[in-house]
Design a protein around this ligand. Structure first.
Ligand SMILES: *[C@@H]1O[C@H](CO)[C@@H](O)[C@H](O)[C@H]1NC(C)=O
Ligand SMILES: *[C@@H]1O[C@H](CO)[C@@H](O)[C@H](O)[C@H]1NC(C)=O
Length: 197
């Protein structure tokens, strides 16, 4: 009985380690804007993110939304995921403190990440030093976003299609993670049983 328990625990540890490495491979997180960042109107503000190396995400579309209102502001399409920075010039965007960013593939609607809630200030208002946007990054394209949500608007900027030739393919990663998830379920069940007995 005891050996069954330690075997289950040992296996669970291994599977858990694999599971964590699979999860971190799918890691895409928006760092800026962070919670309560105050973006300035008629100025350049900065989006930054980090991602897992083998996550298979080559690019995404950036959209902006508000918690209190319907409608999306379509910011940029096909943003290269490895760029990790995007400069955004806000032009007469309605002020509000309930904006958030969405990184999505709008072709099939798969959402990759959302940012914390942040604020867009009225023109001429200044952010507090602790809520200020990060500084614009040189050598990175600046996308201009004008006005509020407009149902007929297209993406403000479309980056060139991301070439599939440059893609890093990891064959079988998905089947491996499915197998590991399945194994994890089995071990979890075995563990629960052995602890219960
Ligand atoms: C930071 O931003 C939040 C939300 O917009 C605001 O409530 C808070 O007062 C700001 N902090 C300062 C020091 O202005
Ligand atoms: C969105 O998904 C489609 C279909 O999988 C893919 O062809 C396209 O490159 C993706 N968009 C981006 C920006 O990666």
């Amino acid at each position: 009985m005891h050996s069954l328990k330690s075997f289950a625990m040992f296996t669970a540890c291994i599977v858990f380690t694999f599971f964590i490495s699979t999860v971190s491979a799918n890691y895409l997180v928006i760092n800026e804007p962070h919670l309560q960042t105050q973006w300035q109107n008629n100025a350049v503000n900065v989006v930054t993110w980090q991602k897992g190396v083998l996550d298979g995400i080559h690019g995404f579309d950036v959209e902006m939304a508000r918690l209190s209102q319907n409608g999306l502001i379509l910011v940029a399409r096909n943003v290269p995921a490895n760029q990790k920075v995007l400069n955004l010039y806000m032009q007469d965007v309605p002020p509000g403190n309930d904006y958030f960013l969405i990184f999505i593939n709008s072709t099939h609607g798969v959402m990759h990440a959302t940012s914390p809630r942040f604020e867009i200030l009225a023109p001429n208002a200044s952010p507090s030093s602790e809520n200020k946007s990060a500084s614009p990054v040189a050598g990175i394209p600046t996308v201009t976003v004008s006005g509020g949500p407009n149902p007929t608007a297209q993406f403000a900027t479309t980056f060139p299609a991301i070439s599939s030739g440059l893609r890093l393919q990891v064959p079988g990663l998905h089947s491996v993670s499915t197998l590991l998830t399945f194994l994890g379920l089995l071990v979890g069940a075995a563990w629960t049983l052995s602890l219960a007995s």
